[in-house]
Design a binder for this molecule. Structure first.
Ligand code: ADP
Ligand code: MG
Length: 249
C-alpha cells in the first residue's frame, strides 16, 4: 500500500513553570494508506501528545512529519464523545462540515447515509441524552467520518465505556473503518483492543517516549476483532507485548 504519513525523529518538550518536560524523545514510523495502527505505552508516556501533534493541535519541538497529500483532512476523536447536548445527532454529525464551511445538501445527505448505514438513522433527530454510551460514541465516529478524513486519529476512543460495550463497539468501529477504507491511528491502553483491531502496533517506552518495538499483527483466520480474540495468535501477541510494556504496580 502507498504511504500516507511519515513521522521522522519527532520530539516534544513542554515548558511550564516547573521547567522543561520531554514528553517525546524520538519517534519515527510510517503509516500506509488504509492501515490501522495502534499505539500503546505506559500511562503518561506521550501518546496523546503524539496524536495532538499529528492533528496539528500541538507543536513539535523537533523532527518532521509529512502527509503524502496536500492539505490532508484529519478526523480527531477523543475519549469523551463530546457531542453537544443541545444539538440533535444529525446536527452534531454535521458539525465538522459546518466548521469547514462545506455543509450543503450533498454533504448532509452523505451524513444521513452514514447514520442510516450504521444503525443510527432512527435517532438522527434525537438528542444525545436519548442514546446509550456506545451509540453516542458511534455517533461521534460518524461525525468524525462526515468530513471524509484522510486519516482518523483516535485517542482512547472507548475508555469511558464499560467492557461489554467496548467489545461490541470495537467490532463496530473496525467494520466501519474498513468499509469506508480509512486509515487510522488509535491510542489505547487496552492491549486486547489493540491486538484485535490493528495491522500494526507501536509500543512506546515510558516517558520520554521512544519506540520500543513495532509489531505486525497477522491473524489469518479471523475477520473481526471478536474472532481475533479467540485465536491462539492473539494470546501469543498479548504475552509478548505485555512483557514489552513492563508494567509495575
Ligand atoms: P499519555 O497520553 O501517554 O498518557 P500525555 O501525552 O498526555 O501522555 O503526556 C505526556 C507527558 O507530558 C506527561 O508527563 C504529561 O504530564 C506531560 N504533559 C502533557 N500535556 C502537557 C502540557 N500541556 N504542559 C506540560 N506538560 C504536559
Ligand atoms: Mg493520553
Amino acid at each position: 500500500m502507498k504511504s500516507l504519513l511519515n513521522v521522522l525523529h519527532l520530539k516534544k518538550n513542554y515548558h511550564d513553570q516547573k521547567g522543561e518536560t520531554t514528553a517525546i524523545e524520538d519517534v519515527s514510523f510510517d503509516v500506509a494508506q488504509e492501515e490501522f495502527i495502534s499505539i500503546v505505552g505506559p500511562s503518561g508516556c506521550g501518546k496523546s501528545t503524539l496524536l495532538s501533534i499529528l492533528a496539528g493541535l500541538s507543536t513539535k519541538s523537533d523532527g518532521t512529519f509529512q502527509f503524502q497529500k496536500n492539505k490532508p483532512q484529519i478526523g480527531y476523536m477523543l475519549q469523551k464523545d463530546s457531542l453537544f447536548p443541545w444539538r440533535t445527532i444529525l446536527e452534531n454529525c454535521c458539525l465538522g462540515l459546518e466548521i469547514n464551511r462545506s455543509l450543503n445538501e450533498d454533504t448532509k445527505k452523505r451524513v444521513i447515509h452514514l447514520l442510516d448505514t450504521y444503525g443510527l438513522g432512527d435517532f438522527k433527530d434525537q438528542y444525545p441524552r436519548a442514546l446509550s454510551g456506545g451509540m453516542r460514541q458511534r455517533a461521534a465516529l460518524i461525525r468524525t467520518l462526515a468530513i471524509d478524513p484522510d486519516i482518523l486519529l483516535l485517542d482512547e476512543p472507548y475508555s469511558a465505556l464499560d467492557y461489554q460495550t467496548r467489545l461490541a463497539l470495537s467490532d463496530d468501529v473496525y467494520h466501519i473503518i474498513r468499509k469506508e477504507k480509512k486509515t487510522a491511528i488509535m491510542v489505547t491502553h487496552d492491549l486486547g483492543e489493540a491486538i484485535s483491531m490493528s495491522d500494526r502496533i507501536i509500543v512506546l517506552s515510558k516517558r520520554p517516549a521512544t519506540i520500543k518495538k513495532i509489531y505486525e499483527i497477522v491473524i489469518p483466520n479471523a475477520k473481526t476483532p471478536s474472532e481475533r480474540r479467540k485465536t491462539k495468535e492473539f494470546s501469543i501477541y498479548y504475552d509478548q507485548i505485555w512483557r514489552d510494556l513492563d508494567v509495575h504496580i
